[in-house]
Design a protein around this ligand. Structure first.
Ligand code: S3P
Length: 428
């Protein structure tokens, strides 16, 4: 349980931990490459560590070098070994879905599972197209849910139209495509995060992107690389919102990934009147980064363009808090995917922020938030969802009286040290 007292302002300069999505990909793609991959800024949080543990069970060798560096000894797809244990993805959708893609084209048997939350999340969206490629994938409820068993099989490239914009499904297919005969083509309905495509190109795969169409050529040889992981904009988003809503705040968050398929939160917050400056833009390998300067802002409600939703899907909990402190109404539509995240975030945001007095109406595909109500500290639950915990902590800053977050510790899934980082920025 974590208790948050209301705070006046946040000031200072900091870096947030490494990007979670990119950390998973660095570990997996590094393992599939030949030679050493050196990763600087790898996120040592529960989710990516779960990916590393699965890779260990697959015979991959890696070591920590210093606090911040990870070395992966890649030995190609053929270096993977049949695991003697069930691979446990814990709470991590990215771990299980990307590894399904990797394991489909091996020549061995493997089983993947996860915690209670992950075992409720849909896996059929990955299993179905993999089966079209020739994979043999089994799971509970006709392959819909984990545990998932995979009998590695020869794969052939397909052209697949994603029914929902999902980077995890797209990435699973591209990783399977590396091992498939011919070309694997994924057509997206909207712009989901493209870290896999960028990283695969950097490792020497033939990746061709044209608009919403991504193609990868099979049987590619990847070469180990040096990677620097940007700060996670999904972690930064909570601090950005905190700075916006508290008077006389001024934060500089350094080295944050601003890949346009991820940075929708900056556009959405600016549309709400947020003062955000994007400074010192540069690249960490294939990924753009910048320093973000955020100050106290007079926020007003907005209608988030559904076309932008895939670029800010993980930031909707943070945006919902911003909307509670904005004047007027904020509408989020086209975000039905929130129902199948670590928890049903539509329902959880409405109910848990509701306990503090927020006025949020859940919709089948989003939320309507009536801003400008005074929030009161309350006893809330993260429901085991790291981003719910951080959203509640930020909401608590401007509430009357303290807020208790049951299972607030789950922030360590993506942002270990979140509460300490937060505390370090608070000024009386
Ligand atoms: C992720 C993709 C998104 C996102 C998740 C991380 C990734 O999920 O919500 O937190 O690393 O590829 P979907 O692929 O289900 O949209």
């Amino acid at each position: 349980m974590v208790t948050i007292e209301p705070q006046l302002k946040l000031r200072g300069r900091l870096q947030v931990p490494g990007d979670k999505s990119i950390s998973h990909r660095a570990a997996i793609i590094g393992a599939l490459a030949h030679g050493m991959t050196e990763v600087e800024g790898f996120l040592r949080a529960r989710d990516p560590l779960q990916t590393l543990a699965c890779l260990t069970s697959l015979g991959v060798r890696w070591e920590n070098r210093g606090e911040n560096r990870l070395i992966i000894e890649g030995r190609g797809f053929d270096g993977l070994r049949e695991p003697k244990v069930v691979l446990d993805a814990g709470n991590s959708g990215t771990t299980i879905r990307l590894l399904m893609g990797v394991l489909a084209g091996t020549d061995f048997f493997s089983v993947l599972t996860g915690d209670a939350s992950l075992r409720r999340r849909p896996m059929g969206r990955v299993a179905e197209p993999l089966k079209e490629m020739g994979a043999r994938v089994f799971g509970r409820a006709q392959g819909q849910y984990a545990p998932v068993a995979i009998v590695g099989s020869p794969l052939r490239g397909i052209e697949y139209r994603l029914p929902v914009a999902s980077a995890q499904v797209k990435s699973a297919l591209l990783l399977a495509g590396l091992r498939a005969e011919g070309e694997t083509v994924v057509v997206e309905p909207g712009p989901s995060r493209d870290h896999t495509e960028r990283m695969l190109s950097a490792f020497g795969a033939e990746v061709d992107r044209k608009g919403r169409r991504v193609a990868v050529r099979g049987l590619a040889r990847l070469e180990g690389q040096r990677i620097v992981i940007p700060g996670d904009i999904s972690s930064a988003a909570f601090l950005m919102v905190a700075a916006c809503i508290r008077p006389r705040s001024d934060l500089i968050i350094e080295g944050v990934g601003v890949n346009p398929t991820r940075a929708g939160v900056i556009r959405a917050l600016r549309a709400m009147g947020a003062r955000i400056e994007v400074e010192n833009e540069r690249n960490f390998g294939p990924e753009p980064v910048a320093d973000l300067r955020v100050g106290t802002s007079d926020l007003h409600g907005t209608k988030i363009d559904p076309a932008l939703v895939p670029t800010l899907i993980d930031e909707i909990p943070a945006l919902a808090v911003a909307a509670c402190y904005a004047s007027g109404r904020t509408v989020v539509r086209g975000a039905g995917e929130l129902k199948v995240k670590e928890t049903n975030r539509i329902e959880a945001l409405a109910a848990e922020l509701g306990r503090m007095g927020a006025c949020i109406t859940p919709l089948p595909d989003g939320l309507v938030i009536e801003g400008g109500r005074e929030l009161t500290g309350a006893r809330c639950s993260s429901r085991g969802d790291h981003r719910m915990a951080m959203a509640l902590a930020v909401a608590a800053l401007g509430a009357r009286g303290p807020t208790t977050i049951v299972d607030g510790e789950c922030v360590d899934v993506s942002f270990p040290g979140f509460y300490q980082a937060f505390q370090g920025l608070v000024r009386p």
